[in-house]
Design a protein around this ligand. Sequence first.
Ligand code: 2HG
Ligand code: ZN
Length: 480
Amino acid sequence: MPDANQPSPALFERLRAILGPRGLLTDPADTAPHVQDWRRLYRGRTAAVLRPATTAELAACVAACAAAGAAAGAAIVPQGGNTSMVGGAVPAEDGSELVLSLARLNRVRAIDPIDLTLTIEAGATLKAAQTAAQDAGCLFPLSIGSEGTAQIGGILSTNAGGNNTVRYGNARDLVLGLEVVLPDGRIWNGLRRLRKDNTGYCLRQLFVGAEGTLGIITAAVLRLVPRPRETAVALCAVASPEAALALFHRMQTHDPAAIQAFEYMSGLGLRLVLKHIPGVTLPLAAPAEHYALIELATPRPNAGLRATLEAVLEAALDSGEVLDAAIAESEAQRAAIWKLREEHTEAQKREGASVKNDVSVPVSKVPELIRRATLACAALMPGIRAVPFGHMGDGNIHFNLQQPPGMDPAAFLARDHAIMDTVGDVVRDLDGSFSAEHGIGKLKPYMMPDWRGGAELDLMQRIKQAIDPQGLMNPGKVLP
Ligand code: 2HG
Ligand code: ZN
């Protein structure tokens, strides 16, 4: 008798007929990369990975699964680049869910430099979207460390933020239209390229950040901006987190429109990068305990950004905020400075077990967050190493904790809830959020009642029930 949790032979036959041999993976060797997350927090099982090549094929698969029903092993886990930090794209351990990979839906459908729009399918990588924009003389300004692998569908489904939120907002602010396959298999074509469209509820924003629990984003109209004509980048050793904030404020007062990124890094974070990542060097005379990375950019010709940056840094050096600074003299130097920042995640992985806290507070509270959370974690676990870094300009700090040297990694990870709650208490006190840009996934639904309980969670649950009454879409993610 077939396992009640597994898709029936009839459903399999139907899916095979829709997708053809290239579109359905069932060999465990082929499905293995799709059942584990990048951080190795979760390992699931699946009977099959569906790989539709068109929206119509994808919709037909969803319709077939909807007809079978979630209880019949037909629930669907949409998967893009599988770079989630919170296990948002892994299937359940009991093998009862199908993985639906967007990888073959990766075409650029249209680009318009006058409208400043890019219509692109969900399985295209973020890098491919950036390149298409660049080839048309524009910029798609969302930038994250995993952009070579992360896909547009995942970027939108998690409302990714990244390095340039301070200037352009999150993914949510960069989407004008969506095409979505709904849980009953219908296709909603909302690929409008309009800057103004007040026609009832803004449905696209429901699907952005829903982590695939309400439907599957298959294509999007993205908002582009004019390409920058000048950029200037500096790495600064700063006296303290407070000094980094003062430098941000100084820059904002001087030329707010020029700031493209303002990142904070701790001394330990940079030491780990220098220790674990080959070929990186510190372009400063001496290491420090705190750093800021500033990137300025403008589409205006002859804006003199380099002079702007020099003037601000000179004043900050005089005031003691900045201890030393290196301004990139070439594209290679700019990339080398950014590498020191972007390799933080990989360096922390190589150093041993770590617990991530992707938190946000009002920008003005970032120094207080760093100080208080560092003390609170040290009190919880002697020897624990705080590695705060990230997007200071928008208030999103990755307050990551590295295991005490010599501690058993499994024993450290077993304390993850206690560590996250310790940081969470400080964040709550500062009116912040327990998930700034990585989402909820499988890791954080347990926090939802505490942080978003009452009317807020009730509304979310009712929306889920209204749109996906069978619970077919990405079960166990986001909502407890
Ligand atoms: C980043 O800003 C990413 O680099 C990853 O959001 C952060 O590794 C992390 O915790
Ligand atoms: Zn980040």
